[in-house]
Structures are given as C-alpha cells and as structure tokens.
Design a protein around this ligand. Structure first.
Ligand code: 5GP
Ligand code: MG
Ligand code: MG
Length: 184
C-alpha cells in the first residue's frame, strides 16, 4: 500500500516507492563493483530488512547467498540498550566468507555494533554493512557503515519494512506517522 491509501495515518512522506527503488539500484551497482568476482553472503536482520534485502539482492548481478538473523534489544523503552539477544541465529557457517549485513535503519548503532562483534568472532573473511536508512545520532557510533541508502532526520519513520507496533511494514513509501496513531 501507499501512504495515500490511508492518508489519515501519516504526517509526511520522506521517500516515495520510486525514490527508494532508484536509490536501491545505485547502491546495488556500487556493491557489484566493490565485490567483483567474489561471492557475497548477505545477512539480513529480521524483520525490518526484509524489503531492503528483497529489492537489493535482485538489483545486484554479483553471486550471492542469503541468511537471516533475528535480534532483540534487552531493556524497556524505545532506545536500544546495546545489549542484544539473538532470537534466531544464522543457519550457515561464515568462516572465510564475505559478509554483507543488511539492516533497515541505524539509530544509535548499538544493535549493529553488537552484531558485528558477534559475527567477527566467527572468523569471516570480511564484514561490511548496508543500512537503508541512517539517523544523525549514528555519527557518534564508531561503526563503519559502507553502504547507506538515505541519511534521514531524527524522526520515527515507518514503511518499506519498518514498523510501528508491527504495523506499516507493507507501506511502499517511507513516512512519519500522524500523532493520533501514537495516541491510539
Ligand atoms: P539502534 O541500535 O541503531 O539504536 O537501533 C536500530 C533499531 O531500532 C532498528 O533496527 C529499528 O528496529 C529500530 N528503529 C530505530 N529508528 C527507527 C525508526 O525511525 N522507525 C522504526 N520503525 N524503527 C526504528
Ligand atoms: Mg533492524
Ligand atoms: Mg521495530
């Protein structure tokens, strides 16, 4: 669905489906150039990265395989604590592999810092990160993010895999929510 299908739920659209698709093609071309002749193991972080993974890997020409992890941050509140629990681990051995982590959005970067540290201990050949969206606070994190779809303002966004209370992941645009949605 598009934001215009349920206009009352959204405040404003940051990126349309077309803008997202066009940026995905650019990033895919960059990845193909960087990994020429190598096979990538793309590791998607569930559930938010599902749309990014699906579109990114189909826009690429590199040989790739796919695996998934699910993680959850410990602690209450809306900010991640940096202590991360693995809810679903990889099914593949990553020893010697070239890993590209595919993530929906980086806010503090704490979740990804943990993930990178965890995967590094499994002895891959390389680890890089692709994040579809990145917020300003991420600059304070020492994380080296090689591929970023869009740097966005410090607003809570939904759509293109990103949820609010597990809803709006199927929005093709990326938008902010109207205040009444949070209140209900
Ligand atoms: P970090 O550890 O980088 O602070 O947190 C990243 C995670 O927080 C993301 O994977 C995502 O689940 C959630 N998150 C951060 N900002 C947003 C946002 O604007 N919208 C949504 N839907 N989730 C967000
Ligand atoms: Mg995520
Ligand atoms: Mg979420």
């Amino acid at each position: 669905m598009r934001a215009s299908d349920i206009p009352g739920d959204f405040d404003h659209v940051l990126y349309t489906e077309e803008q997202v698709a066009s940026r995905i093609r650019e990033v895919a071309a960059q990845i193909d150039a960087d990994y020429a002749g190598r096979e990538i193991l793309m590791v998607g972080v569930l559930n938010g990265a599902v749309m990014t993974m699906a579109d990114l890997c189909r826009a690429m020409t590199s040989h790739m395989s796919m695996d998934w992890m699910a993680v959850s941050s410990y602690g209450a509140g809306t900010k991640s604590s940096g202590v991360v629990r693995i809810l679903k681990d990889l099914t593949k051995d990553i020893d010697g592999r070239d890993i590209l982590i595919v993530e929906d959005i980086i806010d503090t970067g704490l979740t990804l810092s943990y993930l990178v540290q965890n995967l590094r201990s499994r002895n891959p050949n390389s680890i890089e990160i692709m994040a579809m969206f990145r917020k300003p606070e991420a600059v304070t994190c020492p994380l080296d993010v090689k591929y970023v779809g869009f740097d966005i303002p410090n607003e809570f966004v939904v759509g293109y895999g990103l949820d609010y209370a597990d809803k709006y992941r199927n929005l093709t645009d990326v938008a902010t929510l109207a205040p009444h949605v949070y209140a209900s």
